[in-house]
Ligand binder design. Structure first.
Ligand SMILES: Cc1cc2nc3c(=O)[nH]c(=O)nc-3n(C[C@H](O)[C@H](O)[C@H](O)COP(=O)(O)OP(=O)(O)OC[C@H]3O[C@@H](n4cnc5c(N)ncnc54)[C@H](O)[C@@H]3O)c2cc1C
Length: 478
């Protein structure tokens, strides 16, 4: 068996490991990435680039890594973050929440460190079957000998960015894991658009973003009397900036993400360091003293990075007979609920099951579409519906969370946890989460209507009784 994995991010590297295991090492798996080989070291955060960020691994990601025996090496590189400290606008008193209801807890590590650890694991354990090629740009081309796309194979064009050599390659399986760049999917979308007779043409659903945010990363040292394994977050007045910080080690080094509205002048490149410093003191006074002048200047000068947008590929996650689309190239969500990487790794686990269950590659890739396409659609739709600014956010996100908290506390046998907690669980699909929340909402509305009806009928009866008593009393006095 020969496979080409396009993109060596978390999804690409885990896919290569998965395939090597499924094919018992009797295979040749080439993994390509246009970036240089990862060189993350425990000091990498010192040269912080604006796109450096930590990510949290939860149930879905951890279960997938466990399935392919990669969890232990990843876990050793993570910090277990047991809780979160939040500062609300204008408040110096934070609220602290320990995350006790999670199956595994949240394990945190920089995205680049995760990639580096998986890369090393592949080199150490799978060097016979998996071959890593960095600084190689890959793009798809179709096998033009077939007249029917559904019956044809995806081939790839591999460009060695070092030598400028280009080659065309055929593989039994092509795994498109090229992240939000989506070179593969955009090519398939354009192909299908040209072909008017194409059944189920592939397309990318792009959500309009009316809450666009960009981010800059900033390093700081937490004093020794602060808990050094927590997630700290500040929402500034009018939500001008959201600051979310996670540890990079247990010695107090943290990397915070400053989330700005896209048009905020502080999000621009080459901001005056003094103006930026004042901005930090004003908007995140709880942490500004921990940020050195050098780090603040670095962030002021840096270019902001764009958060992933809400996008999903529909109606299928495969193309031709041999190409499957996984990870961020299949869907992207903003990272507020920590589901991008977790669901990307889960994609790999589910595709692995399809390889087990199907009798051919063609069946496996189309089976993956059947099992996963609708689910990621729901994930993106639900996440996008929770990301609304202003009043829409209050009614669409905050109120339902409060309702869920109350009802779950009152009747946990009847009502489920809030939607964010449910989305993290690995024993339930995203479609099941959405269906469960719809039925919870109906139940909550029925309970509240019943409560209001009972209260108003009680108030009615009481006022009738009061009128009767007042009437008879005044009659007696006369
Ligand atoms: C600020 C921030 C915080 C986040 N926090 C979380 C979190 O807490 N939890 C979570 O689960 N997720 C989080 N995410 C999302 C997470 O990082 C992504 O979902 C995850 O990295 C997706 O993995 P992937 O392998 O699919 O894609 P990527 O990580 O994007 O990897 C794709 C790879 O493909 C390569 N590539 C692209 N085009 C080509 C090409 N033409 N040829 C060759 N190679 C190519 C790229 O160089 C890259 O290495 C966060 C994201 C951001 C921005």
């Amino acid at each position: 068996m020969e496979a080409s994995v396009c993109g060596a991010g978390p999804a690409g590297l885990l896919s290569a490991i998965c395939l090597s295991q499924k094919w018992n090492g009797n295979c040749k798996i080439d993994v390509y990435d246009k970036r240089p080989a990862p060189t993350y070291s425990n000091k990498s955060w010192e040269d912080l680039s604006s796109s450096f960020y930590n990510l949290g691994l939860g149930e879905r990601g951890i279960t997938a890594l466990m399935e392919f025996g990669a969890w232990e090496v990843v876990r050793d590189a993570c910090i277990l973050v047991p809780g979160r400290v939040d500062y609300q606008p204008g408040s110096s008193e934070p609220s602290k929440k320990m995350l006790t209801d999670k199956k595994y807890g949240t394990y945190v590590l920089p995205r680049d460190k995760l990639v580096s650890v998986l890369h090393q694991h592949v080199q150490e354990e799978y060097s016979d079957s998996i071959h890593l090629h960095y600084e190689h740009d890959v793009r798809p081309i179709m096998d033009t000998t077939s007249t029917d796309d559904d019956d044809s194979n995806v081939r790839i064009q591999v460009s060695n960015l070092d030598t400028d050599k280009i080659k065309i390659k055929d593989s039994d399986l092509v795994v498109a894991c090229d992240g939000a760049a989506r070179t593969f999917v955009r090519y398939f979308e354009a192909q299908d658009k040209k072909n008017k007779d194409k059944q189920d043409p592939i397309s990318i659903v792009r959500f309009e973003d009316n809450n666009q945010r960009v981010f800059k990363s900033i390093h700081f040292q937490l004093p020794s009397d602060w808990e050094r394994n927590l997630n700290y977050a500040v929402r500034s007045e009018n939500s001008r900036v959201i600051f979310d910080a996670l540890p990079v080690n247990l010695e107090g080094d943290y990397v915070g993400i400053l989330l700005f509205r896209a048009n905020d002048e502080m999000a621009e490149e080459q901001v005056d360091p003094q103006v930026f410093r004042q901005f930090l003191q004003q908007e995140i006074p709880q942490f500004s003293d921990f940020i050195t002048a050098i780090e603040s200047k670095k962030a002021a000068r840096s270019k902001s990075s764009i958060l992933p947008m809400f996008r999903y590929v529909t109606p299928r996650l495969h193309h031709g007979k041999n190409c499957v689309i996984l990870g961020d190239s299949a869907k992207t969500v903003k990272p507020y609920f920590g589901l991008g990487c977790n669901s990307a790794l889960e994609d790999v686990r589910i595709f692995g099951d399809c390889v087990d269950d199907a009798s051919s590659i063609a069946d496996a890739v189309s089976e993956f579409s059947s099992r996963r396409a609708k689910d990621i659609e729901v994930l993106v739709q639900v996440s996008a519906s929770l990301d609304k600014p202003g009043l829409a956010g209050l009614f669409g996100f905050i109120f339902p969370l409060i309702l869920d908290k109350i009802f779950y506390k009152l009747a946990p046998q009847v009502f489920a946890q809030n939607i964010i907690a449910m989305l993290q669980r690995d024993d339930i699909t995203f479609q099941e989460v959405a269906a469960r929340k719809r039925s919870d909402r109906i139940g909550q509305i029925c309970c509240l209507s019943l409560l209001f009806a009972t209260i108003s009928s009680l108030v009615g009866s009481l006022s009738v009784a009061a009128t009767t008593i007042v009437g008879s009393t005044s009659a007696t006095i006369q």
